[in-house]
Design a protein around this ligand. Structure first.
Ligand SMILES: O=C(CO)[C@@H](O)[C@H](O)COP(=O)(O)O
Ligand SMILES: [Co+2]
Length: 220
């Protein structure tokens, strides 16, 4: 399996100093910058939109992994592509035609991911697996940082890992929610190769970011 990569979620950053925070996690070893976009409708929280993504894009050359929790999804894709997203990940429930949404993202020349909510089965991604670059398994219900990892998702991570390996395609398996030094090894053991972590990275301030990121990697 490829090296495990860490994508800190800026949802737990200090929004008053967002540019500095993005720069600090990049310097601390983040492989991606995970951006949680929430609309107060698909999920019960409101966060940031494409203007903020555009504003922080110039702070680092790390890829932006943009997790879209908005519905209906399709009319927002181009704005996030223009803002500088490198990966756009969408939920199957967020639009009427998942395959078409993925084609839209791919036709813009960037990577496409599909996010599976805790109650959404692995099979939801089966017939688009030939199109996607990433599958994101949500290990909490989407909407907030700082929630507890849902253990039943480990089985789904294993199932998605099998599907990816069978496909023979280069697809990342990202796990998002409640990732800590205690739960990261379980997610990795089940097949994850990309970990999102918000509260576990941003706790204790910038001087701890490098150690917090390192603690999530295998052997960390
Ligand atoms: O997408 C989401 C929540 O909807 C996540 O990306 C969280 O922001 C991760 O936060 P922690 O659970 O790591 O604190
Ligand atoms: Co997320």
């Amino acid at each position: 399996m490829s090296k495990v990569q860490v994508a800190p979620s800026i949802l737990s950053a200090d929004f008053a100093r967002l540019g500095e925070e993005v720069s600090a996690i990049a310097d601390a070893g983040a492989d991606y910058i995970h951006v949680d976009v929430m609309d107060g409708h698909f999920v019960p929280n409101l966060t940031i939109g494409p203007n903020v993504v555009k504003a922080i894009r110039s702070v680092t050359d790390r890829p932006f992994d943009v997790h879209l929790m908005i519905s209906p999804i399709d009319s927002y894709i181009d704005a996030f592509v223009d803002a500088g997203a490198d990966i756009l990940t969408v939920h199957p429930e967020a639009g009427p035609h998942l395959h078409r949404t993925i084609q839209h993202i791919k036709s813009a020349g960037i990577k496409a991911g599909v996010a599976l909510n805790p109650a959404t089965p692995a099979s939801a991604v089966e017939f688009v697996l030939d199109q996607v670059d990433l599958v994101l398994v949500m290990s909490v219900n989407p909407g907030f940082g700082g929630q507890k990892f849902i253990p039943s998702q480990l089985k789904k991570i294993e199932a998605v890992r099998k599907m990816i390996d069978l496909s023979g395609r280069d697809i990342r398996l990202e796990v998002d929610g409640g990732i800590t030094p205690e739960t990261a090894p379980q997610a990795i053991e089940a097949g994850a190769d990309m970990l999102v972590a918000g509260s576990a990275v941003f706790k204790d301030g910038p001087q701890s970011y490098a150690a917090n990121i390192a603690a999530l990697r295998p052997g960390g």
